[in-house]
Design a protein around this ligand. Sequence first.
Ligand SMILES: NC(=O)c1ccc[n+]([C@@H]2O[C@H](COP(=O)([O-])OP(=O)(O)OC[C@H]3O[C@@H](n4cnc5c(N)ncnc54)[C@H](OP(=O)(O)O)[C@@H]3O)[C@@H](O)[C@H]2O)c1
Length: 317
Amino acid sequence: MKYVNLGKNGPKISTIGFGAWGISGRDWGTTDDKKSKLAIHEALDSGVNFIDTADTYGFGHSEELIAEVLDERGRKDEVVIATKAGNNFYPYLGKEYDSTPANPDYSKKHLIFAAEQSLKRLRVDVIDLLQLHSPSAELMENEETWEALKLLKEQGKIKLAGLSVQSFKETEHAYILDKRRDVLDVLQIRYNLLERGAETVLLPKAMEYGLGIIVRIPLLFGLLAGKFNRESRFGDNDHRRMNLSHEKLDKYLMQLDKIKSFFELHNEYSMAQLALRFCVSHPACHVAIPGGKTPEQVKENIAASEIEIDHKEFPGL
Ligand SMILES: NC(=O)c1ccc[n+]([C@@H]2O[C@H](COP(=O)([O-])OP(=O)(O)OC[C@H]3O[C@@H](n4cnc5c(N)ncnc54)[C@H](OP(=O)(O)O)[C@@H]3O)[C@@H](O)[C@H]2O)c1
């Protein structure tokens, strides 16, 4: 496993982390907590020391599972935990939903409340990184959102502040780096072999400012592991029913087809491993956080950290 500093203010972390949305029991079909915990254990046993979650994943369930695993291992200080706040799921607690309802709230009051709840669920004294959970440009204009992050830092409740940029808004939202560079330490972006919008403006700017970059959806929800075809369909309680709809699958698989010779050339690695290597080979990117539901998936994904293929060797689109 390779390790890098998460930007100029961040700790040393593994270049492959663990994305903990998929194990939350919501939005990704039915999951098995026992297996999910084994997947986290596998990651930590293999040198992963960075976990990304959010308060809203499974309405707190993802954070709780992580806390259980860390308690079982007894060494919380060895793992960097990044969580998120800004989707106020608390009014919906105890109610049945197939997917997580959107209820954005980036007010100072809510963000402070949410951070305190995450501290309790994670059973830690300080949150290593708290990220705003993909607010719109309009919501990011609210001064008190940034005051909340500053205050949480001053109070020692969070170490670092981050922004998880809305999907497909990487160029549009890059201005926020100039405006909020006093408080932002880390960005989380959507970036993968088939979605490279961040390369034009956001990644060069992040490098200039020394921000940490976390890459989410590095496997395009599993599609870049090469396991879906045009007939693949997802259950009602799986967000991929919408995010990998028939039309989207068609488009992505057509793009993937164009670069298939690259995978054939490097067939000593799996498609998932090459897709992950692509993300962390970009000089601005520090860690990719593939979601992993089983120990087998995690094991396969972690091996990507040691691949030596340079960013320039990957095919263009
Ligand atoms: N707005 C935000 O801030 C935001 C949004 C999205 C994600 N995230 C974060 O980013 C993380 C990663 O993104 P993601 O989980 O959405 O997408 P992803 O990492 O691109 O895809 C994860 C899914 O791919 C499948 N998979 C993983 N490894 C595999 C392997 N080796 N072989 C075959 N299939 C494999 C698994 O699902 P199946 O086994 O069910 O196919 C897994 O749940 C999330 O967990 C979350 O922490 C943040």
